[in-house]
Every structure is written in C-alpha cells, then in structure tokens.
Design a binder for this molecule. Structure first.
Ligand SMILES: O=C(O)c1ccccc1NCC(=O)[C@H](O)[C@H](O)COP(=O)(O)O
Length: 264
C-alpha cells in the first residue's frame, strides 16, 4: 500500500524536475553567512529547543493557518528557542521557501529547512532561501544516496539533521558520519507517535558519540523530562508550540537543564 511518505516523495520528484529547469538558486549560494547549531550543542548544558513553524500536516490537517512566519519567529526567539525549523513543503504542509526566508531575515537564529530532500537541487534551493541546516530522512532513500547528499550539504556549509525511526535506519545514519541524529517519534507510515522510540534508539546514539534530537509528539514538560532522561541533547516541537495559548510558558518550561544526562 502507498504510504504518505511515498506520496510526498512522488510530489517531490515533480518539484525537483522544475528545480532542475531553474538557475536562480545556484546564483545566490554564497549570500548567507553560517549560523551553527552544532556549536550551540557543543557549548550547551541546557536542552536545545528546535521550534517549528508548522501550518498544517498530513496527520492533523490545518494546525495554525493564520500565523505569519515572521511573527512566530519573533516569539520563538524571545522565549528562548535555539533553532527555528520551517516546513517548506507546500502540498502536504502548506509551507513555502518564502516562509523560510522570512524567518531567516527576521531573527538571527539558525534556520532548519524541514523538507523531504532527495536531490542536490533541493539542497541548493534550501541554501539559497537562507537555511543553515537541512533535514535528511533516512527512510526516503538508500544509504549510498544519503551519503552523497550528506557530503554535498557539508560542501555547501550546511549542517545536517539526519532523521531515523528504527535501528536499521540508525545504523545507516551512523555510517554517514553525521553528528546530529534526529529520532522521529512519529512513524511516517502509520502516524503513530511514541516517545519510546527515542528511549530505544538513544543508547546506540550516545555510544557513537552523536548528538540526539528527539522529534515529534513532545507536548509537555513531562515529555521533555522523559527524553532528557533517555539522553536527548535537544527536542524538535511543532504542533504544541503552534497551537499553544501560552507559548512563553510552554517554551520556557521545556528549556530544562541537561542535569545528569550524558551530553554526548
Ligand atoms: O506531522 C506529520 O503529520 C507528518 C507526516 C508525514 C511526514 C512528516 C510529518 N511531520 C514532520 C515532522 O517531523 C514534524 O513536523 C516535527 O517532528 C514536529 O512534530 P510535532 O511536534 O508532533 O508537530
């Protein structure tokens, strides 16, 4: 049966054909200076928070359709976020690359391009739009291609958050040498969310000396305590921040010290 990830990737292949026709992205490659998330993680004794601008999603439909990216970015910066993630996919998430550029031009935090990247042209587009980091999803491609795109991103001076959901994907991710592993608690095939995925994969990530970002389904301070106890260095939160009527209270409550947790 065709999964949502299959459907998204089919759409991405069409977008990539269009990107290959354009030249605009490549010309602006060097426009943006580097903002490093990895340096923040290396220095930090506090959990790093990646706050996501997420209008809609396949699992939830519309989440917060009226919010402007620049307003949300200012709130995220003011309330202590370390990175802002922007969903740039339009078909399934109602996002855009201009959302990413707006965020990049509004605040001085590193910006993550959250998309379904399977081609160099998308990486060039992300960089040209102002991204400092990109997401690479292991489930979206084979190991060889993943390594090619990882190396290409580093050549463009982009940092890479490599996303996994199970042990096999984690093994593939570790082989690329990536410093940042995102454990997605959401199964992209069934939409089931379970923080136990972070707990299960954390020991191997810590043993390999990589930074662990727990992604998806994190809504409360208790959820954050749970992933810190597992060894997370950071969290990625979308829906809970986009729908909160007390964003300041929620984000600040999630900025917990790493305490006894092993940092790396
Ligand atoms: O969110 C979805 O429904 C989704 C479906 C299919 C592929 C990816 C999807 N989400 C992307 C993400 O990884 C999340 O936006 C991100 O981790 C934040 O999750 P949450 O805090 O649960 O909004």
């Amino acid at each position: 049966m065709e999964t949502i990830l299959d459907k998204i990737l089919t759409e991405k292949r069409k977008e990539i054909m269009e990107l290959h026709k354009g030249k605009e992205a490549a010309q602006t490659l060097d426009k943006h200076p580097k903002r490093s998330f990895i340096s923040r993680l290396e220095a930090g004794d506090e959990l790093a928070v990646i706050a996501e601008f997420k209008r809609a999603s396949p699992s939830k439909g519309d989440i917060n359709i009226s919010q402007k990216p620049e307003d949300q970015a200012l709130f995220y910066k003011k309330f202590g976020a370390d990175v802002i993630s922007v969903l740039t996919d339009n078909t399934f998430f109602k996002g855009s690359f201009s959302d990413l550029t707006s965020v990049r031009e509004t605040v001085d935090l590193p910006v993550l391009c959250k998309d379904f990247i399977i081609d160099e042209a998308q990486i060039i587009k992300a960089k040209a739009s102002g991204a400092n980091l990109i997401l690479l999803i292991v489930a979206a491609m084979g190991g060889g291609r993943l390594k090619e795109l990882y190396d290409f991103a580093l050549e463009q001076e982009l940092e890479v958050l490599m996303e996994v959901h199970n042990e096999e994907e984690l093994e593939t991710a570790l082989e690329t040498g990536t410093k940042l592993i995102g454990v997605n608690n959401r199964n992209l095939k069934t939409f089931e969310v379970d923080l136990e995925v972070t707990e299960r994969l954390a020991p191997a990530i810590k043993k390999a000396g990589r930074f662990l970002i727990s992604e998806s389904g994190i809504k409360t301070e208790e959820d954050v305590q749970r992933v810190i106890a597992a060894g997370a260095n950071g969290i990625l939160v979308g829906e809970a921040f986009m729908t909160s009527n007390n964003l300041e209270g929620l984000l600040k409550a999630m900025k917990l010290p790493l305490r006894g947790a092993v940092k790396q």
